[in-house]
Design a protein around this ligand. Structure first.
Ligand SMILES: Cc1c2[nH]c(c1CCC(=O)O)Cc1[nH]c(c(CCC(=O)O)c1C)Cc1[nH]c(c(CCC(=O)O)c1C)Cc1[nH]c(c(C)c1CCC(=O)O)C2
Length: 342
């Protein structure tokens, strides 16, 4: 029997949707915090294949999710392209910045990323061996726009202002940056698939800040290019695209990019998305991650409402964004029970 996640991605309408959670390996789990302490810090954990595989498996053991997502980070690609990367505890990522055509040109060629990323491929190989037979393995990368917002600003920003400024001031340099990330992403995802990833997901967390033609040029076009290259190299590997906060632009996104599934954030209504997005194929989402903190009957009611809203077509149950460190693991168990018993 094929894995539930792969059946949903192939377009099958299932009586009970497969379920997994963004950031399911993370700080809300005491066993994650212990393994991270053993690794020393977050990046050392990402580059330690045994420990990265261990934290990937922890939520599978505890909750029995239908999918595991490789433990790594979208910012490993900029680092492999030559940017300095470090994490400031309690604040988030910091990178050396790329803000001129010269600095873009000085990044490493895309085909030189593999030395740095080899430990990630090893993590995938370990997982492909060790996961339970019913659990699908998801690889991932950041989408070029989202990765570029961190490379230009050197950190996370509330409005992606620095990347918008570069795009508006020097569109050629910005486009060259997007192209370099796009090429690296194709090679990175292909290597993950060759190591054993069965599905890949593109995280465009800041897609919502692109408006009008910019959304077409920097959210749709790079995703379409990556997906076309992946379909040529690995035609049977499904691809999930997550253009977070795309709003109305979720409509037609799967057709425009070739994605097999569109992941929805929790700012769109499930009934609306069932009508306008699921009509084109599989969707993933979209419970507000706040419910993992607050729990109770509201959590159960919302999880069941979403499950029922998407019941008429292919659906993967997930949160609308990552689970937060203040979440209670008991609420995760409650969510799974609500969805599987809905
Ligand atoms: C924007 C982005 C990043 N990383 C990622 C995104 C896109 C998705 C999203 O919007 O959340 C994606 C990501 N990051 C991580 C994964 C692993 C797989 C998963 O469990 O989903 C994935 C898929 C681990 C992580 N990546 C990070 C953590 C927490 C680090 C820690 O243990 O201290 C984890 C588990 C750190 C990280 N990494 C990043 C930031 C901004 C931060 C700091 C914020 C935070 O602390 O939550 C960049």
């Amino acid at each position: 029997m094929t894995k539930l996640l792969l059946r949903a991605l192939a377009g099958e309408t299932l009586p009970v949707p497969p379920i997994w959670m963004m950031r399911q390996a993370g700080r809300y789990l005491p066993e994650y915090r212990a393994t991270r302490a053993q690794a020393g810090d977050f990046l050392s954990l990402c580059y330690n294949p045994d420990l990265a595989a261990e934290v990937t498996l922890q939520p599978i053991r505890r909750f029995g999710f239908d999918a595991a997502i490789l433990f790594a980070d979208i910012l490993l690609v900029p680092q492999a392209l030559g940017a300095d990367l470090w994490f400031v505890t309690g604040e988030g990522p910091r990178l050396s910045t790329v803000t001129t055509a010269d600095e873009v040109a000085r990044l490493k060629p895309a085909d030189q990323i593999h030395d740095r990323l080899a430990p990630v491929y090893e993590t995938v190989r370990i997982l492909a061996r060790e996961l339970p037979r019913d659990t699908a393995l998801i690889g991932f990368a950041g989408a070029p726009w989202t990765v570029a917002t961190y490379m230009v600003a050197g950190r996370g920003t509330p409005d992606q202002g620095p990347a918008h400024a570069l795009k508006d001031r020097d569109r050629a340099a910005f486009t060259a940056l997007i192209d370099r990330i796009t090429e690296a992403t194709i090679l990175y995802l292909s290597a993950q698939i060759e190591a054993g990833a069965e599905v890949v997901k593109l995280f465009d967390s800041w897609a919502g800040s692109l408006k009008g033609q910019d959304f077409d040029d920097f959210a749709i076009a790079p995703a379409r290019r990556i997906i076309a290259a992946m379909k040529e190299r690995h035609p049977h590997v499904p691809i999930i695209a997550f253009p977070r906060e795309a709003g109305e632009r979720y409509i037609g996104f799967a057709r425009a990019t070739g994605a097999d599934c569109v992941a929805l954030d929790n700012s769109v209504g499930a009934d609306w998305a069932a009508r306008h997005v699921q009509a084109d194929g599989c969707v993933q989402g979209n419970l507000d991650p706040r419910h993992m903190v607050t729990g109770g009957p509201d959590l159960v009611a919302e999880a069941q409402r979403i499950t029922r809203a998407f019941r008429g077509g292919p659906h993967i149950f997930n949160l609308g964004h990552g689970i937060t460190p203040d979440a209670d693991p008991e609420n995760v168990a409650l969510m799974i029970k609500a969805v599987r018993g809905a």
